[in-house]
Structure formats: structure tokens, C-alpha cells
Write a protein that binds this ligand. Structure first.
Ligand code: SF4
Length: 98
């Protein structure tokens, strides 16, 4: 490993922005579940169930939203996070009563 790569690895390992990853449950289970083919509800459902027992689910979800991650992160699929990021639809027609 080059000195630059080693320095980058060291910096990432000590980056407080990713310190929550030390508490992630997913490295202990089959990673394939988290990166299944799109539309595979069995694998994504199993991954999401694992996330529900993870202490850092909120931090993980925030990371995935900020970094446009693929796969299941923070108990959500890529499609679900895409929906979360969309702006709320207009509520025109709903106004203050005079
Ligand atoms: S919430 Fe899910 S994807 Fe995120 S760290 Fe925990 S187990 Fe892994």
C-alpha cells in the first residue's frame, strides 16, 4: 500500500463523520443482502430488518441521504431515500380560510 493510500485510510478511520460506522451491525452479516438486485423485496426486507436492530440507524440514514449511497442504508432502500429527498408536492388550493 502506498504512503498516500495509507494516509487516506488513516484519515478516514479517524474521521468523526464516519465514527458511527464502528457501531454498525451490517459488517457482521451477509453484505449481499444490502446490495441485492433492484426489486428484490426478500433481500431488501431482510436487510431492513437487520437495520431496525442497529444502534446507528439514524446516522446511517443521514449519511446515505447526504452521499447518495446505493443499496439498503439506515433501514431504507435507494428508492425510498430518493422519495424522501423529493420536495413535498404543492398544496395549492389549501389556504387560510377568510
Ligand atoms: S442501519 Fe443498517 S445499513 Fe446502516 S449501519 Fe446499521 S445495519 Fe448497516
Amino acid at each position: 500500500m502506498s504512503p498516500d493510500a495509507l494516509a487516506e485510510l488513516y484519515a478516514m478511520a479517524h474521521d468523526p463523520a464516519v465514527a458511527w460506522m464502528d457501531y454498525a451491525v451490517c459488517p457482521e452479516v451477509d453484505g449481499e443482502l444490502f446490495f441485492a438486485e433492484k426489486g428484490d423485496p426478500v433481500s431488501s426486507g431482510a436487510a431492513k430488518a437487520i437495520c431496525r436492530g442497529c444502534l446507528v440507524i439514524a446516522e446511517c440514514l443521514a449519511w446515505a441521504l447526504d452521499n447518495d449511497e446505493t443499496g439498503v442504508w439506515g433501514g431504507t432502500t435507494e428508492t425510498e431515500r430518493r422519495r424522501m429527498k423529493r420536495k413535498p408536492k404543492s398544496v395549492s388550493g389549501v389556504g387560510l380560510a377568510a
